[in-house]
Each structure stands twice: as C-alpha cells, then as structure tokens.
Design a binder for this molecule. Sequence first.
Ligand code: NAD
Length: 366
Amino acid sequence: MEIRELKVPGYEEVYRCSDRRTGLLSFIAVHDTTLGPALGGCRMWHFTAEEDAIADVLRLAKGMTYKSAVAKTGLGGGKAVIVGDPKTQKSPELFRAMGRFIHTLGGRYLTAEDVGTNVEDMHNMRRETPYVAGHSVDKGGSGDPSPFTALGVLMGVQATVETRLGRKDLAGLTVAIQGLGNVGMFLARHLKDAGCKLVVTDTNAERVQIAVKELGAKAVAHTDIYGVECDVFSPNALGAILNDRTIPQLKCKVVAGGANNQLAEDRHGSALMDREILYAPDFVINAGGIINVSVEFAMGGYDEAASTKRVRNIYNALNDIYKTSAEKAIPTSEAAVVLAEKILADARKAKGLPARNVWANQGVER
Ligand code: NAD
C-alpha cells in the first residue's frame, strides 16, 4: 500500500492511497478539525480522471465542515472517495484495504456510508479500523439515517413556515413534495400527521401510488411539480432544481426539503429572496442524518433519544439563520455560510488557535 500526502491550501490533510494487491485507489481529505475529528462519508464512483476524484473529495470535505458546524455535531469536515465502479469493482478485500488507509489517520478522519457504499462495506472497513460509523442497529450502530433526515426536514418546515407565514401550526397547509424516496416518504407521513394536504410527484409510479392510497395525496407529473399552487415546496429528490427555469414557476412561499445542493448556483439564493420565497438552506435542513451518525461517536455510544433531541435542534439553527438573513438583508443561503464561519471562528478563538478563513482558497460550495 502506497500513501502519499498532497499539499492542498486550505485543507489540513489530503492523502492519496494506491494498493496494487486489492486495486484500491482512494483519496481522503480532512478539511477542518477545529470542532472535532472530521466526519464525512466514503463515496465510491467511477471517476474518469484522478483530478475529478480529487476535486470531488475536496469540495465534499469542505461542505461537511459547514454542515457539521451548523448542526453542532462536535465534529469537523472530511470526506473519502474510492475510484471504481460500485456495481462491478467491490470486494471485501478492497474495503479492508480502505479501512487500513483510514486507520493511518489515527481517528482524525471518521467515515460513514455515502453514494456507492453500503452497510456491508462499512463492516468490511470496521474489521481494520474503529473509525467507521453508520453500521446497523443490531451491531450497536445508528442504522438508516433517512428517518432522522426526514424529522430534521419537518423541523425545518416548521421553522420556515413560522418565519414566513407567521403561524406555528402546519394544519391545512398545502405541501408539494418532489421525490418520495427514503426521506420524502417519511416526511410525507409526518406532514400528513400534522394535517397538511399533500401534492406529490416521483418518477417511480409505485412510490406515488403509496402516497395517494395511504396518505390521500394528489399526484402530479414530475414536470408539473414546480408550478403547483402551494404554501411549501419540498424538494427531496435531485440537486440543482432551483434554477433560472424553475424559480419563475414556483407558486409557494417556502422552499424546505431534504435534497442536497438544491441551488443550481449561489445566485439562485438571491433569486428566491427577490420572489419573497423563504429558502431553508439545504445543508442545514438536511443535517438530521449526519447528526444521527455523529451520535455513534458520543461517550457511551449511540442513543436514539439523544439523537432525536439533537435533530430537533435544526429548528433553532434555521431560526438563527433567518434572523441573520433579516438583519444583514442577505439571502438565507448566504446567512448559513456566515453562521458556519462564525461558529468556526469562535471555536478557534476559544481554543487559542490563530484565526483563519477556511473558505479562502476554494470559493464557496457545498
Ligand atoms: P432516494 O433515492 O431514496 O429517493 C429519491 C427519490 O426521488 C426516488 O424515489 C426517485 O424515484 C425520485 N426521483 C428521482 N428523480 C426524480 C424526478 N425528476 N422527479 C421526482 N422524483 C424523482 O434518496 P433519499 O435517501 O430519499 O435522498 C433524497 C435526497 O435527500 C437526495 O438529494 C439526498 O442526497 C438527500 N439527502 C438524503 C439523506 C438521507 O438520510 N437519506 C441525508 C441528507 C440528504
């Protein structure tokens, strides 16, 4: 196994690892550990060039620093990528080698599931290192993060409705849900219980049928969801769905959903503000899953009640962001970054560390 450090400005540590015996080619980026060890999933993807894998691991690691800072997980931001096709190039040996690579960082990087990796891969890594989260409940882990993500999104819908519509109660509101997957379906059930009317879409007709039959939802074509007359639009499927084409179609007052990277570009945060639509920044409202995983590293191990309490705090995190957004007259997406930077700067000061602008070298991405 050959491990080489790559010096990347703005990042604490970045490593490349290749292992001829198992075919492993992987990168780990530790972006910032001011708040604690760097937690971020391990992604497996068939990158066509090494440069693409490096760009991805850097971008994602930095995004994790933001997310964990605002979610107050007590952890920093990092990420790992394995270059390879997750459908054809997985083996237990490959993930054991990845576990050994992770172990060389001595706990400064903590891994979990991500796109292209699953619970079985986590188990294989865990045979080589303890620095792996996201394993199954029967093995003392936190299990499927989706119900926690959905609970966090529900808290986010409540905070955002309260700020924009001035009401605490969700009963009678119409919510348009894009995507009824793991997160979207749990969320739809919560919203139904809260008395909301649901308008739903999914490219998978079976998921739509479940929502129609069990939750009394109204179904629309997946191209029509943006123009639905509603109080809340909740994206829970794809990224980049808030863009020049879709924002003019929106007939809602709130956008609050679990999907990652909802804004096609940063400027779309301003476009939503101009239309007086209150946007719940994605990396804040969808942090329930990472909060749940982080509890695995708490003293005494995973505790569902402690996790639920922390996830509910997303309500307060969003209220802080809306306050900052109103005070500074900036979009909520920008206010979320301001808040993350402040949390990091305060922690560095409290620890007597020199101030540093963690975002200086790479621009602002999530
Ligand atoms: P999922 O794959 O289970 O669900 C996505 C759903 O969207 C699927 O049912 C799919 O058929 C549907 N879909 C795909 N294209 C669509 C389209 N054009 N229109 C409507 N529906 C479409 O994924 P998930 O775990 O529910 O995650 C949903 C989103 O939330 C993703 O963006 C994910 O990155 C993000 N997220 C998930 C978690 C989590 O805990 N699972 C945590 C944080 C963020």
